[in-house]
Write a protein that binds this ligand. Sequence first.
Ligand SMILES: O=P(O)(O)OC[C@@H](O)[C@@H](O)c1c[nH]c2ccccc12
Length: 260
Amino acid sequence: MSKLEEVFQNKTAFIPFLVADDPDFETTVQNILTLAENGADIVELGIPFSDPVADGPVIQAADLKAFKAGVNTNRVFEIVEEVRKTSDVPIVFLTYLNIPFKYGYDKFCQRCQKLNVSGLVIPDCPLEEQGEIRTFADKYDVDLIPLIAPTSGDRIEKIAANAKGFIYVVSSLGVTGVRDDLAVQQLNDTIQRIRKVTDVPVAIGFGIHSPEQAEKLATIADGIIIGSAVVKIVDAGHEDLQNELTDYVKNIKEAISVKA
Ligand SMILES: O=P(O)(O)OC[C@@H](O)[C@@H](O)c1c[nH]c2ccccc12
């Protein structure tokens, strides 16, 4: 069982998402630590990319802030390095394929291993195109987290059977961002198909923001991923940001712990 898979043992994992360097280096480090200390089981850290095709307005705006702050891949690794001085919280990167490609797959995955970054979510890299990066991800024990979308159809079993770490089930079509109407029954059907071919944990993301939604989804999934709603709190930039994040994580954590 991979390190990430172990995180899901006996609990529903909460996986909040942040954009690295939004709005700056220090705040990102502090935000990760606050999320970790108050219940985040895995932190998904986005490496900003200039053409984030799967991202909605909230995350795109956060990416722009990070670019203004001067973000680049090395700096994202330095953020993790800083976090590692005080925290072992599991971290996965969300990034588009061009970022590790330009950095060099070997060097990128090696640095992930060194900093204990356990997985990569790469929305523009379908299973069929993983070839090259997979060689290095395997070499350095970094899990490539596959995405399964409502459009995955016949490919669900094949994607699931090849998965390590966890499987990211995308709740709805379109781009990232808060939604009120999630098709729980349809998601459950997808998850049942996945469970027939693998024991790898399944986490749901896209559109989730409220404790009520999280609670409902926790009855069918092993993990809950929340991005835009967390990024919105960060980008409001209130002085008591750390308290706001703390309250948010605690509420979600509590909601998903009362699993039926
Ligand atoms: O923002 P949302 O709707 O809560 O969705 C999660 C999400 O932000 C995070 O996992 C993510 C950020 N960018 C992505 C691109 C593709 C898939 C997933 C993501």
